[in-house]
Design a binder for this molecule. Structure first.
Ligand SMILES: *Cc1c(COP(=O)(O)O)cnc(C)c1O
Length: 357
C-alpha cells in the first residue's frame, strides 16, 4: 500500500526522559514529537507531518472552543517481553474515530493511513515507552474544528493530531476493588445524543456527577439511562460487567453507551472460555434484588486505562451492595491476566489482537 509521505522535523533539543523507576502517573508527561494533519474542504486531509511536540496556535474564534466539535481516542503502546512494541487492536480505535466523526459531522479519515502514521511516530519515540511493570505509552489521537468562525455549522477545516504520554501502572498497589456511586440525578448521555461517540462534550457533562461522587466518598459514578433513570449504562469512562449466576452480563450497545474495545474483548474472551454472555438491558433494581441473595458474584468496569476495574461496593440511594467481600473476583482476575498478558507479550496472542511494530 502506498501512503502520502509524512514530513518529519526532528526535535533539536530532546527532553530528558523520566527515570526508569519514576512515578509516571497518567497524562502529565509528553514525548518529543507529535503527528498532525489538516483538513481543508475541497482538498481533504493534507500535510501529514511529524514535528517537535509544542503548543499550537489557534484563532480564539476557532470553532472547537465554542461549540465543541471534536473527537478523541485512547490506546496504548506496550514494550513486550521480546523487546518489540505491541499495539492492542488499534484498527478498532481508528474505526471508532470514523464512527465518532460521523456523529460529529467531521469528515472521515483514512483509517489505514492513520495507523501507519502512528507507527511512524512510535518508531521515532520508541525510547519513550516505559518498561516498568504495568507501564505503557498512552496514545491520544484527536480531531478539532479549527475554522475561525462563531456561526453554528459544521466546520470546513480540522486538525487531526496524535500525542504520546508515558504512563505508569494503573494499579501500583495491585487490583483493588473500588466503590461506586449510582447517579440518579444527572445523566451522561441519551439515545439520539452523542453517548456512543468519543467526544469531549460527554466528559464535560459528566464532571458534576464525578465531583458529587467524590464528595460522598466514592471514586466513580455508575450511570443510569436518561429516560427512566433505571437501566445501567456505564461506570465512569468504562463499560460495566456483572457476573450473574456465572453468566457474564453487560448492557447492550444502545446508542447512549460508548462501544468499548475492552468491552468487546471481554465478551469475545468470555465466549472463548466457554462462559455464557448476555448483552441486554440491566435495571439497577434487578441488580439490587439479585445482590440480596448473592447471585451477583462479580462487578467490574472495562476500559483501556485500567483494563479491568473490580467494583467492591455499589451505593444506590440508601442501599449499599457489596460484591465478593470487597475482593477481586476470579473472572475479573482471569480477564485481566489474559488481556494484559497478551498486551505485554507474556502470553501468546491466539486472538489476533496485537499489531507489532
Ligand atoms: C473510551 C471509553 C470507554 C472504554 O472504551 P475502550 O475502547 O475499552 O477504552 C468506555 N466509556 C466511555 C465513556 C469512554 O469514553
Amino acid at each position: 500500500m502506498s501512503f502520502p509521505t509524512i514530513a518529519v522535523t526532528r526535535a533539536t533539543q530532546p527532553k530528558t526522559k523520566p527515570l526508569a523507576d519514576a512515578a509516571l502517573g497518567f497524562g502529565q508527561i509528553f514525548t518529543d514529537h507529535m503527528f498532525s494533519m489538516d483538513y481543508i474542504e475541497g482538498q481533504g486531509w493534507i500535510d501529514p507531518r511529524i514535528e517537535p511536540y509544542a503548543p499550537i496556535s489557534l484563532d480564539p474564534s476557532a470553532m472547537v472552543f465554542h461549540y465543541g466539535q471534536a473527537i478523541f481516542e485512547g490506546l496504548k503502546a506496550y514494550k513486550a517481553a521480546d523487546g518489540s512494541i505491541n499495539l492492542f487492536r488499534p484498527q478498532l480505535n481508528f474505526a471508532r474515530v470514523n464512527q465518532s466523526n460521523a456523529r460529529m459531522v467531521i469528515p472521515a479519515i483514512d483509517e489505514a493511513f492513520c495507523l501507519y502514521a502512528l507507527e511512524e511516530l512510535l518508531k521515532i519515540e520508541k525510547d519513550w515507552i516505559p518498561t516498568q511493570a504495568g507501564s505503557s505509552l498512552y496514545i491520544r489521537p484527536f480531531i478539532i474544528a479549527t475554522d475561525p468562525y462563531l456561526g453554528v455549522r459544521p466546520a470546513h477545516t480540522y486538525r487531526f493530531m496524535i500525542i504520546l504520554s508515558p504512563s505508569g501502572n494503573y494499579y501500583p498497589q495491585g487490583l483493588n476493588p473500588v466503590n461506586i456511586y449510582v447517579e440518579e440525578e444527572y445523566v451522561r448521555a441519551v439515545k439520539g445524543g452523542t453517548g456512543y461517540a468519543k467526544t469531549p462534550g460527554n466528559y464535560a457533562a459528566s464532571l458534576i456527577a464525578q465531583a458529587k461522587a467524590y464528595k460522598a466518598g466514592y471514586v466513580q459514578v455508575l450511570w443510569l439511562d436518561g429516560v427512566h433513570r433505571r437501566f445501567i449504562e456505564e461506570v465512569g469512562s468504562m463499560n460495566v460487567f456483572f457476573v450473574i449466576d456465572g453468566k457474564v452480563v453487560t448492557p447492550a450497545i444502545n446508542g447512549s453507551i460508548l462501544p468499548g474495545i475492552t468491552r468487546r474483548t471481554v465478551l469475545e474472551l468470555a465466549k472463548k472460555l466457554g462462559l455464557e454472555t448476555e448483552e441486554r438491558e440491566i435495571a439497577i433494581d434487578e441488580i439490587a434484588e439479585l445482590a440480596k441473595t448473592g447471585r451477583v458474584s462479580e462487578v467490574f468496569g472495562a476500559g483501556t486505562a485500567a483494563v479491568i476495574s473490580p467494583v467492591g461496593e455499589l451505593r444506590y440511594k440508601e442501599l449499599v451492595m457489596n460484591f465478593n467481600d470487597g475482593k477481586i473476583g476470579p473472572l475479573s482476575q482471569q480477564f485481566y491476566d489474559i488481556i494484559t498478558g497478551v498486551q505485554y507479550g507474556r502470553l501468546k496472542d491466539d486472538y489476533g489482537w496485537i499489531v507489532k511494530i
